[in-house]
Write a protein that binds this ligand. Structure first.
Ligand SMILES: Nc1ncnc2c1ncn2[C@@H]1O[C@H](COP(=O)(O)OP(=O)(O)OP(=O)(O)O)[C@@H](O)[C@H]1O
Ligand SMILES: [Mg+2]
Length: 255
């Protein structure tokens, strides 16, 4: 089992959307995937028609009130979810006061049998993101070229380096990818923002080839709580997420 975390210190950059579409793309290739909703907004959980009982959530599992296997539900064939709701932040804060908190998620994921686990994280990085980075084999960073800050991204990579130096030497920075962006985009502001990141000495080497285009099919599939690859298999976004999945697997397996 390999664990991948999607993280960024900005909100609304496509973390949750990418978690879901990467998972559906991996399932389409015959893999099994466990999703962990690490954001108390519960957007990932709300991507499915499942309405979890409040005790069957990540919060309960973190506090040792329930086994992970009891709280996980199969959403679509091969795709499993550990859901979250409004009590996650309190649970994370409580767990963080106890010994060994950084390793909490890593330990919980040890018995997981799916091929991949993908963890969604909140826009404001905090204790849960650290737990997730400590549990992960790789971290993937979606960047919205309109909503970014060079310094924030450099800090995020610095934080990953600290986790590598300390708790998780095998964490790999899989890369940054642009969301809602097309390499042929003519909008000058977006292009110059992308060039600033690609040309940056620290960030540039991590930029992946794949980008995810802005595509209304993404929102439509989300609204209908459907798998993008079934809802709009020919859409730009379905194509882009398929390409990103290949690039991700190349990086993940090329260790
Ligand atoms: N490729 C895309 N094309 C069109 N809309 C998109 C695309 N990617 C994401 N969106 C939309 O952008 C919005 C933000 O995306 P998303 O919720 O995935 O971001 P997030 O980083 O998880 O945000 P938060 O930090 O609030 O959790 C959503 O409304 C989503 O539908
Ligand atoms: Mg989100």
């Amino acid at each position: 089992m390999k664990t991948i975390v999607l993280a960024n210190n900005k909100g609304g950059v496509g973390k949750t959307t990418s978690v879901l579409n990467l998972a559906d793309a991996l399932v389409a290739r015959g893999h099994t995937v466990l999703l962990i909703d690490g954001d108390q907004q519960g957007n990932l959980t709300q991507s499915f028609t499942y309405n979890p009982p409040p005790e069957r959530t990540l919060a309960s599992v973190l506090l040792g009130r329930m086994e992970l296997s009891e709280a996980v539900q199969e959403m679509r064939p091969g795709l499993y979810l550990l859901p979250s709701g409004g009590d996650l932040n309190d649970a994370v804060a409580k767990r963080a006061e106890q010994p060994g908190a950084e390793l909490a998620l890593r330990k919980l994921l040890m018995p997981v049998q799916t091929d991949y686990t993908i963890v969604d994280t909140p826009g404001s990085m905090g204790k849960f993101t650290d737990m997730a980075l400590t549990a992960a084999h790789g971290v993937l960073i979606p960047v919205h070229p309109e909503v970014y800050g060079i310094r924030g991204l450099v800090n995020l990579l610095g934080r990953c380096d600290m986790i590598v130096d300390g708790l998780n030497p095998s964490l790999k920075i899989l890369g940054l990818f642009f969301t809602q962006y097309n390499r042929n985009d003519r909008r000058v502001v977006l292009r110059s923002n992308v060039e600033a990141i690609e040309g940056h000495s620290v960030l540039g080497p991590y930029v992946l080839r794949s980008t995810i285009r802005d595509n209304v099919a993404v929102k439509e599939a989300q609204n209908q709580k459907q798998n993008l690859f079934e809802y709009a298999p020919e859409s730009n976004a379905a194509t882009d997420y398929t390409v990103l999945t290949s690039e991700l697997l190349d990086r993940l397996n090329n260790e």
